[in-house]
Write a protein that binds this ligand. Structure first.
Ligand code: NAP
Length: 309
């Protein structure tokens, strides 16, 4: 049986790994479907303390991985689809394979939210619909694209895409961006970016080649229908927490986020099970806050193991 299993290799998971490894707990970190987490799909991270020039998201995660493994954390690839926390010895299942641990730190993060409109699934990944400008932006050199959303992610995606694309249309359902002031101003001031306000995207239309040709929009104030020709659709409308294996076992809020218990930020109602990062935080959702929760959960795990041994 393992002392500590950490689920997830984002900022929260690796920080928990660094702390539990340095506490000689020999943690096992299980890496899910997105090694390195969401930051590996971001370009420059400008707000992680200690990097006045900014840091590439992939490099930051690679450094966290090196730091955790340097102190003895082990990383294994396994997507956990089921858990049993009914015993002191917690069991985690990945298909037919199972893992047992005294402590589990859940840092499974969140995944991009999709619109659920016609055309989205059909053209997702490779045919023009994507959730990652960093991954796919370069494929749209000299082309017109749309970005959907009004938060920091949408602004970041739109600004990143101006490096390649001839025009970026930002489609938002309201007439004001949710993004931070600095990002909103930078985005709206960019000569290649045009904002389309108060508009919902109702359908993504394919061309004869089966790839994106245009989006159909509806103005939510006037009801007027519109169409925007584009080769790429970048969806940036927030995230859904990766918490499905814990449904019915741990407390989740109505949006599926794990809810810590007993006034703590990282303890759950089950002793020895802790949470960290975006799977349990719909408010801050920052790399640095995820890292902070990873640190807290590791310290709580260490205390809990010391008390229960
Ligand atoms: P977010 O702040 O939740 O914004 C999501 C955006 O998508 C909102 O504008 C929302 O519209 C829109 N939206 C949601 N569901 C929609 C739907 N079904 N149809 C159309 N539009 C929809 O998410 P985020 O931009 O991913 O940011 C998440 C967190 O990460 C935030 O705290 C953000 O500050 C942070 N972040 C920071 C940086 C940075 O500092 N560099 C970069 C990226 C993200 P409404 O505005 O109408 O709700």
């Amino acid at each position: 049986m393992e002392n500590v299993i950490i689920l997830g290799t984002g900022c929260a998971g690796f920080t928990a790994g660094i702390y539990t490894a340095r506490a000689n707990l020999n943690p096992l970190i299980l890496e899910g479907k997105q090694p390195g987490g969401q930051l590996t799909t971001t370009s420059e991270v400008e707000n992680f303390p200690g990097f006045p020039q900014g840091v590439d998201g992939y490099d930051l995660m690679d450094n966290l991985r090196k730091q955790a493994t340097k102190f003895g954390a082990r990383v294994e690839n396994a997507f956990i689809d089921r858990v049993d926390f009914s015993d002191d010895c917690k069991t985690l299942y990945s298909g037919d394979k199972s893992y047992k641990a005294k402590v589990v730190i859940i840092a499974t993060g969140a995944a991009p939210r999709l619109l659920g409109i016609p055309g989205e699934q059909e053209m997702y990944g490779g045919k023009g619909v994507t959730t990652c400008a960093t991954c796919d932006g370069a494929f749209y050199r000299d082309m017109e694209v749309v970005v959907i959303g009004g938060g920091d992610s949408a602004c970041e995606e739109a600004l990143f895409l101006t490096r390649f694309c001839s025009k970026v249309t930002l489609v938002h359902r309201r007439d004001e961006l949710r993004a931070s002031k600095i990002m909103a101003e930078r985005t709206l001031a960019h000569e290649k970016i045009e904002a389309v306000w108060d508009s919902a995207v109702e359908e993504i239309l394919p061309g004869e080649d089966g790839r994106v040709k245009a989006i159909k929009t509806k103005n939510l104030k006037s009801g007027e229908a519109g169409e925007i020709a584009c080769k790429g659709v970048f969806i940036a409308i927030g995230h859904l927490p990766n918490t499905q294996p814990f449904e019915g076992i741990l407390d989740l809020d109505t949006n599926g986020y794990l809810v810590p218990a007993n006034g703590s930020m990282v303890k759950t109602s089950i002793p020895g099970v802790f949470v960290a990062g975006d799977c349990a935080d719909h408010v801050y959702r920052q790399a640095i806050t995820a890292a902070g929760m990873g640190c807290q959960s590791a310290i709580e795990a260490e205390r809990w193991l010391a008390e229960s041994n």
